[in-house]
Design a protein around this ligand. Structure first.
Ligand code: ZN
Length: 457
């Protein structure tokens, strides 16, 4: 049994001083307040819970920055997607593992301790399943194992290329660019079984399922898939783009979130990624379903998606979390900052995201995303007995945190720190980041650079 001691720690009921955590099998066994550090303790300054990153496509870290050049037509999500399809064409399993490891190192250094990997790059470049149909899932598990990040693996079911053009006409076939993603039901069942084997060696992995979107999976197919989740989380992309809303309405007569809520048993196990373009009625219904809204502020800004109506959703009791999605930039603090700033710009107000426990916006952002993200990833969060010992410490000497205390540390980290103020990160009780650097940063980065050089050649 290991013991960690922190000068200050954010516990579920607020800040406490002199906090000792006993760790057993990677989980917090006991929390004791107002005690001195003991000989042999690992110690730190300001401890807060590790944050869940509820939505990632790790391989996309390899194309970060490559889609920022104007094309010949009006650029949009859809032209970005073509760049992504071309990039993905060349990646083999070694490449995918190297890129994922880099993404996971960056996540841990940023303060994300668990990732929801919405995993759809399944097959070889010709679109043929690998000998092990879960080969690519195994590579994500290997990257998680190497870096130590907690993994909630969400294998994606992808069957169609889009909504039918006319109501009742049936979905469109997948495009050639989608050949590495596509499964039938039996193929997907094999992928799920392989994915369970792939993560069996990780300490506390979770498996869920992810019907890619209503563009790629029909409600009938989603219903047939649900038993394969075996009670795990269910994630789906929905209503990210206005065109998607229009196509869904033309094909089904309903908006995407409305269509999903009408035809799938959406509840607290579900996480709807983006849900950007939703009506007032959909906002209310989604909040009341208990599902989490998976918001990805950096990616949504990068892709020009739009803005989720967070204040209205929160007023109805809606739960939300953050995801790094395309991984164009991996930063927990910046996701939280942009989540709040987007709403400020839209509402022309300040301090929009609020907490029942504090007037601090930083506290509200951290606690909101911790609760929603933990729910969405199927794993307890927070510094409490039974939760994984996933802990980050902030650097009390960082200029943005100087002469602050309590919630003002969170506000300083999120709104005022130019460089990350994350000092150390423990994952499942093991320190993987010290002085801001992941222990395997250099080796992982060297492999990542070699991989990108080969892919660009
Ligand atoms: Zn996504």
């Amino acid at each position: 049994m290991a013991r960690l001691w922190f000068r200050s720690a954010l516990l579920p009921d607020g800040w406490a001083e002199g906090v000792a955590l006993e760790i057993r099998d990677g989980r917090i066994a006991t929390v004791t307040r107002a005690v001195p550090a003991a000989a042999g303790d690992e110690t730190g300054g300001i401890a807060i819970p590790g944050l869940p990153n509820l939505h990632s496509h790790a391989f996309q870290r390899g194309m970060a920055g490559l889609a920022e050049r104007r094309g010949t037509s009006r650029d949009s999500f859809w032209t970005w997607r073509e760049v992504m399809y071309r990039f993905v064409d060349r990646m083999d399993p070694d490449d995918a593992e190297a890129v994922a490891a880099q993404a996971y190192v960056e996540m841990l250094e940023a303060g994300f301790t668990r990732v929801g990997e919405f995993h759809y790059l399944h097959h070889d470049p010709a679109g043929t399943p690998y000998a092990d149909p879960a080969e690519m899932a195994a590579r994500l598990a290997a990257a998680a194992g190497e870096t130590g990040i907690g993994l909630t693996l969400l294998p994606v079911f992808y069957a169609h290329g889009g909504f039918g053009p006319i109501r009742g006409a049936g979905p469109q076939p997948p495009s050639p660019g989608q050949r590495r993603f596509v499964s039938d039901r039996d193929g997907f069942a094999a992928l799920m079984a392989g994915s369970r084997r792939a993560v069996a060696g990780l300490p506390d992995a979770v498996i869920g399922i992810a019907p890619h979107s209503l563009r790629a999976a029909t409600p009938a197919e989603i219903a047939a898939l649900l038993p394969l989740a075996e009670g795990g989380p269910v994630h789906i992309h929905v209503a990210e783009q206005v065109r998607e809303v229009e196509e869904c309405r033309a094909a089904t007569g309903a908006r995407p979130v409305e269509h999903l809520l009408d035809h799938a048993p959406v509840d607290a196990r579900w996480c709807l990624i983006h849900a950007t373009h939703i009506s007032e009625t959909e906002t209310r219904r989604l909040a009341r379903s208990g599902a989490v809204a998976g918001l990805c502020p950096i990616t949504e800004a990068n892709l020009g998606d739009g803005l989720f109506p967070l204040p209205a959703f929160a007023r109805e009791g809606g739960r939300f979390g953050i995801g790094s999605d395309s991984n164009v930039l991996v930063s927990a603090a910046e996701e939280l900052r942009l989540l709040e700033y987007g709403q400020r710009l839209a509402a022309r107000l300040r301090n929009v995201v609020t907490s029942p426990h504090s007037l601090s916006t930083g506290r509200a952002l951290v606690e909101g995303c911790l609760a929603g993200g933990s729910q969405a990833l199927g794993m307890a969060g927070g510094l409490a007995p039974g939760a994984p010992a996933d802990i980050i410490t902030l650097d009390p000497d960082h200029p943005a945190l100087a002469a602050r205390s309590g919630d003002a540390w969170l506000d300083g980290w999120i709104f005022a720190a130019r460089e990350t103020a994350v000092e150390s990160v423990w994952r499942a009780g093991r320190r993987v980041v010290a002085q801001g650097r992941h222990l395997r940063r250099d080796a992982v980065a060297a492999r990542f650079r070699a991989t990108l050089a080969r892919l660009a050649a």
